[in-house]
Design a binder for this molecule. Structure first.
Ligand code: SF4
Length: 237
């Protein structure tokens, strides 16, 4: 399999556009029906707000704008940058929520097991664990997935009123669409940016710089946000 950063950008844009078209075609009523069948209910275990359970919380641009207003210290460049140019600068498609320095990697906003900005929580926090994108299963068969961490948190089998399930289904589709659109815009931007500045992705530089970063070297990461790149210098830990 070709690493994602080595797949030509036009092919990646075409693939994401295809994915977004498939998302448009997925009937919202079908997703609402699955939401009713599963009947998820949050038990406030706060598992999903930790890195231990969920890796990282990627933010849409509009949520980044909200974090900047609430507490900009809660932002960090999303992990796994997509590109590294010949000069050693990394590029990534957006920001993630920073985690605290505790055992579980609790979200920056988690306090004594509760979200301290719950009323203003972000798009992904509102729709989670509902989702709608295609992923390969353990046999490599690609199919739609509508729930994250099924049977690993919360309770199931609770009644979900029709109207609530439809609202959740619409919001989930809207989130997935916004996520794919942001990725496509980032790739289109990078295509023009690299051409204009005579840059190219070099996997060896990527690997060398990443190794150095893990040993404590500072790296430069440019984060795509709101149609431009924001530069950060970061050190591991
Ligand atoms: S912002 Fe709140 S709901 Fe979202 S991950 Fe952090 S603690 Fe959880």
């Amino acid at each position: 399999m070709i690493p994602i950063s080595l797949t030509p950008i036009p092919l990646r844009i075409a693939s994401l556009t295809h994915e977004r078209n498939s998302l448009f075609e997925y009937p919202v009523e079908r997703l609402a029906e699955i939401i009713r069948e599963v009947g998820f209910r949050c038990t406030s275990c706060a598992k999903c707000c930790t890195r231990e359970f969920n890796g990282h919380v990627f933010l849409l641009d509009r949520d980044v704008t909200a974090v900047k207003a609430i507490d900009p210290r809660a932002l960090e460049p999303a992990p796994s940058p997509e590109f590294c140019d010949q000069n050693g600068t990394f590029y990534v498609s957006g920001y993630a929520l920073k985690t605290q320095d505790d055992d579980k990697g609790s979200c920056w906003f988690l306090e004594e097991g509760k979200c301290r900005i719950y009323e203003d929580r972000f798009t992904i926090c509102r729709v989670y664990p509902h989702m709608l994108h295609r992923e390969p299963d353990e046999h490599g068969t690609v199919d739609w997935r509508q729930f994250s961490g099924l049977d690993q948190h919360g309770e199931y089998g609770h009644p979900v009123p029709d109207e609530e399930s439809l609202t959740l289904a619409r919001e989930t589709k809207e989130y997935e669409n916004a996520f794919l659109t942001q990725e496509i815009q980032f790739l289109e931007y990078m295509q023009h940016y690299f051409t204009r500045h005579h840059l190219r992705h070099v996997q060896k530089v990527y690997d060398d710089r990443l190794r150095g970063f893990l040993k404590g070297d500072e790296i430069t990461v440019k984060v795509y946000y709101d149609g431009a790149l924001e530069e950060h210098r970061i050190i591991n830990g």
